[in-house]
Design a binder for this molecule. Structure first.
Ligand code: NAD
Ligand code: DAU
Length: 351
């Protein structure tokens, strides 16, 4: 008997790396990838594995409770890895409602369906909620977020993620739903939608367009290569303790401006441009409203208890990332031009 694992948001950036890892590493699992294919979801991300027998794609909306319940009736789901979300802070400032719907109501629909369908048979089940370090708010120059840092979300995005974390914990406390949660820092790597800093910069640099740096570029983020996040998710899903939270980070803090300068130099090197060419495109623009100053993660718990640590140094990860985007410029052009919607129509609606 195959074990059915539901991964939500599997056509997105991190989700696609998680789906690939689970499909390849666990042939005894039947992986159901549930994704609405919003602007951020792209089945192209999974074209290397989408014909494998232990992979099934289902298009659907986690905010639709009837649909979510039907999915649990159709498949004997034993585990959920929940990544589907609205994920971009800037969009949460211009359109908070979609974040409330997807991140809060969507998560509620999933945990409630899991509770109802697993009632009386929780043994061996697991609901894994993927969250962000942004729920902890903003740090000053020193200190690290630990698993016991109080929540202090500052943007509609982080407030919606904090709310979903609380709901998941409440379902563990009240209904004994077997849950784990992880809170991770900024991911980078292949297949990230070019609204996020690193792919946006690479895309603009390719086209000799200005690099928009918010404020003075002094904000600090901790960066983790996306495959290292996927490996942490694998370890937590299989070995994490129910009811526990794990912080995941890269031990890799950069100010935005230093990161952008390093990125410019890698792009120059890989495109054979004279060093310093790309840095001339750096442009300081109006700051993000409520811009969190610094995120930094203490990931000692997952290292100590589950034996996970990041595998890649940032220099290596950045070089791999730039190489991927330059090699896959068609992917970048398609997601930035809306051509992907046509691709989906052709692939699925004509069958
Ligand atoms: P993403 O925006 O690239 O992908 C989100 C995916 O969810 C897309 O495929 C989209 O189509 C799907 N989706 C959105 N709304 C949906 C709905 N209503 N029903 C079904 N599917 C829907 O996001 P990402 O960067 O890969 O982030 C994935 C998860 O990891 C999110 O929960 C995010 O909060 C969390 N996270 C992200 C980062 C990061 O740096 N990107 C860091 C820590 C945690
Ligand atoms: O910390 C984890 C979070 O990291 C995730 O939960 C989010 O889903 C993910 O989007 C990311 O949030 P950030 O806001 O940190 O990522 P973003 O790539 O949007 O921005 C990174 C930093 O760069 C941030 O300080 C804002 C700045 N920035 C961003 C963009 C898009 C710029 O200076 N210019 C830009 O054009």
């Amino acid at each position: 008997m195959k074990k059915y694992i539901l991964i939500t948001g599997g056509a997105g950036f991190i989700g696609s790396h998680v789906v690939r890892r689970f499909v390849k590493n666990y042939p005894d699992y039947q992986i159901i990838n549930l994704d609405l294919l919003t602007y951020a979801g792209n089945l192209e991300n999974l074209k290397d594995i989408d014909t494998l027998p232990n992979y099934t794609f289902v298009k659907g909306d986690i905010t639709d409770s009837d649909f979510v319940n039907k999915l649990f009736e159709t498949y004997p789901i034993e585990g959920v890895v929940h990544l589907a979300a609205e994920s971009h802070v800037d969009r949460s400032i211009t359109d908070p409602a979609s974040f409330i719907r997807t991140n809060i109501f969507g998560t509620f629909n999933l945990i409630h369906a899991a509770k109802e369908h697993w009632k009386g048979a929780m043994e061996g089940k697991r609901f894994y909620h993927i969250s962000t370090d942004e729920v902890y708010g903003s740090l000053g120059a020193t200190g690290l977020f630990t698993e016991t840092t109080s929540y202090d979300p500052q943007s509609p995005y982080s407030a919606s993620k904090a709310s979903s974390d609380h709901l998941v914990r409440a379902y563990h406390n009240t209904f004994h739903l077997p849950v784990v949660i992880s809170n991770c820092s900024n991911n980078y790597g292949p297949n990230q939608f070019p609204e996020k800093l690193i792919p946006l910069c690479i895309h603009n640099l390719q086209h000799n367009k200005p690099i928009p740096v918010y404020g003075k570029g002094e904000n600090i983020r901790d960066w983790l290569y996306v495959e290292d996040h996927a490996s942490a998710i694998d370890v937590i899903f299989h070995n994490g303790v129910n009811g526990e939270t794990y912080n995941i980070g890269g031990i890799n803090e950069w100010t935005n401006i230093d990161l952008i300068r390093a990125l410019c130099d890698v792009v120059d090197q890989q495109l054979g441009r004279a060093q310093g060419t790309s840095r001339q495109l750096i442009t300081f623009v109006k700051d993000r409203a409520g811009h969190d100053l610094r995120y930094a993660i203490d990931s000692s718990k997952i290292q100590r208890e589950l034996g996970w640590k990041p595998s890649l140094q940032f220099e290596e990860g950045l070089a791999k990332t730039v190489a991927w985007y330059l090699k896959n410029s068609e992917w970048l052009e398609n997601v930035s031009s809306g051509a992907y919607e046509k691709y989906y129509e052709k692939q699925y609606h004509q069958r």
